[in-house]
Design a protein around this ligand. Sequence first.
Ligand code: IMP
Length: 425
Amino acid sequence: MSVTIIVGSQWGDEGKGKITDLLSKDMDMVVRYQGGNNAGHTVVIKNKTFKLHLIPSGIFYPNVKCVIANGVVVDPLVLIREMEELKSQGVDVSNLLISSRAHVIFPYHRLIDQAQEKLREAGRIGTTSRGIGPCYVDKINRRGIRIADLFNVDSFKEKLLWNIKEKTFMLEKFYDFSVDLDFDRIFDEYLGYARIIKKNVVEDSGALITKAVSSGKKILLEGAQGTMLDVDHGTYPFVTSSNPISGGACIGAGIGPTLIDNVIGVVKCYLTRVGSGPFVTEIKDKLGDYLREKGNEYGATTGRPRRCGWFDAVVASYSKQVNGFTSLALTKLDVLDDLETIKICVAYRYNGELITYFPSDLSVLEKCEPVYEELPGWKQDTTKISDFSLLPKNAQNYVKRIGELSKTPVEMVSIGAERTQIIRL
Ligand code: IMP
């Protein structure tokens, strides 16, 4: 198994950071392939909490090369701050590499993100306001500025001038947003960032990965966000602007699909979602608040409270279909430890009929009601258990049922934030 992809199977925040950190120990390279600093991957090591937004979670292992690949959108200031913060905590970041093909986030991207959300009013997506969507728009619109451009002063100048002219016009005239996008200031600022990151920039992350695979190295491709936030397969338009699914990994890392051996889906034992958009199994009463507090369900990037709900097998099998998971890593089982009964949504009821597919039309999805199966809880602390057979029987049954409904073997169960709190099956 030389190339493994790790993907969030739900709406992000499944606990990918911890699983990536665990797997990274046996890897030679960990690669981020999409998204930007909208992500927040939390890793807890010996009671110390690290929050990563851009840097791959493999950074805590000095022998692991960490790559920010071409599919990521990079806010250089955030990246530099993250590098400095890790360094100040004794983490070596000299193994970090950044693709020259990755696109760069500029101040106008953040402004457009905010202006668009303001204009959308009730139809707000609830973005992270980090400029992620507008940066990807520029990429697709062939207006983007890539890391490589920062090292070509003339072409950078030309591209930035054009972008500032276009964005100022759009922000002022269409969005009625007053802006001060001073060319000289932004140009100098970004040239400064380029000087700082220069030693970390590589020509082609794909070539690096392909070469490493041929010499027998082990690679982990780390997705951010989650399947249901995928711009093609998620609850569009309440999605992010990239492809977190496994298919996105090849594009975002610059390698061919034939190199992929394994696709691990990270599955939270209940569901959460940040931002707007339909959520069939959302729990809107006190139990939802209980899960939020017990599971510390607050955004690692924005601090926003996450909406909480029951595990949804319709989402799980859809996620399996679009990702082709070979195994699952379940997270946060311990959050359910004190519950009397636990619900699993096994189908939706729409207009009186049972459906088991995930509807593309959000007006249909909004009218879907969950059909639940109820399982008895285990009312026992699971946080210190290290062997599956020692889990309470009802907890074992819950895990098995998730695997069955997801049509994928469960390989790991996480029962706490620490590295050590993991059960391998
Ligand atoms: P954007 O990615 O900032 O454009 O936000 C689009 C949607 O994706 C919003 O609903 C965000 O809350 C959500 N989102 C973006 N990144 C994450 C993440 O890392 N975890 C969970 N939700 C996210």
